[in-house]
Design a binder for this molecule. Structure first.
Ligand SMILES: Nc1ncnc2c1ncn2[C@@H]1O[C@H](COP(=O)(O)OP(=O)(O)OP(=O)(O)O)[C@@H](O)[C@H]1O
Length: 250
């Protein structure tokens, strides 16, 4: 269970998050949505440990995440995929996914990238291939990442996050930059991760339509505050949500 408890984040005089509270229950697909500048990325960065909130708490089970350094999250069973993928374009898909495995086994790949035995290497590579197969990018595992379409690289980023064998997967606007067809495919894949792997997912997304078909629970932010929290059906008809989204497009 991931719990945000009255999280406030200020940048000078600007309040990016204002007493934000919500709970992601185990195994659920929880979407965090809101118009531009609502505070979604700020919230993702607080949970990932990149920003320290001004006040409030973030807990995973009994663990206070704010006491941990970001690279320790993998050890707690949290996988993260970022909006701007931090992947190596010269390396193959497999090598990129294996970086996630290194984080899992030794808490940081730089200190230990040479320390896997041959047998370990084989085992991790087999698991990385399995994850890629599951995400539908199995045919591309030996290709250099730079030669592949953007939609595939997005999935590689998710594969790398899954390679830490997480209980909770954090996805920051995974559909950003994808076309309609790629977005629909990605939405189906994300739904499948939740259903087939039983992993809880926090999906930070600008596009309301993407999350409505797949999310169990939706939290809506506007100007740093939670304006609605409920099932997709609930929030879709909420007058404050409609106003926030309409206001953003006019
Ligand atoms: N590092 C920062 N320094 C100062 N202000 C920031 C910083 N990061 C975000 N903000 C501000 O905090 C507010 C929330 O921004 P945030 O990026 O979290 O929103 P968002 O919902 O993710 O928006 P988008 O959908 O456009 O990515 C905005 O007013 C933004 O300008």
């Amino acid at each position: 269970m991931l719990v945000l408890d009255r999280v406030t984040l200020r940048f000078g005089g600007l309040v990016a998050l204002d007493e934000v509270s919500f709970t992601v229950t185990p195994g659920s697909l929880h979407a965090l949505i809101g118009p531009n500048g609502a505070g979604k990325s700020s919230c993702f960065n607080v949970i990932s440990g990149l920003y320290r909130p001004t006040s409030g708490a973030v807990r995973l089970g009994e663990q206070n995440l704010l006491e941990l350094r970001p690279h320790r999250l993998a050890g707690l069973g949290i996988g993260r995929a970022f909006q701007n993928t931090a992947l190596s374009t010269h390396s193959t898909v497999l090598d990129n996914v294996l970086l996630g495995r290194h984080t899992l086994t030794r808490g940081g790949f730089i200190a230990c990238s040479l320390r896997w035995t041959r047998r370990e290497e084989k085992r991790h590579a087999a698991r990385a291939r399995e994850i890629c197969d599951f995400l539908g990018i199995g045919a591309a595992v030996d290709q250099p990442l730079g030669s592949l379409p953007y939609g595939v690289t997005k999935k590689v980023d998710i594969a790398r996050a899954l390679a830490v064998e997480p209980n909770l997967l954090l996805l920051d606007e995974p559909a950003a930059g994808l076309n309609t067809e790629e977005t629909a495919e990605l939405a189906a894949t994300i739904g499948q991760i939740r259903t087939d792997l039983g992993i809880a997912i926090l999906l930070v997304e600008h596009d309301m339509d993407l999350v409505m078909g797949i999310a169990d629970q939706v939290t809506v932010l506007d100007f740093g505050r939670v304006i609605a929290d409920g099932t997709p059906g609930d929030v879709q008809t909420d007058p404050d949500v409609i106003k926030a989204y309409l206001g953003a497009t006019t």
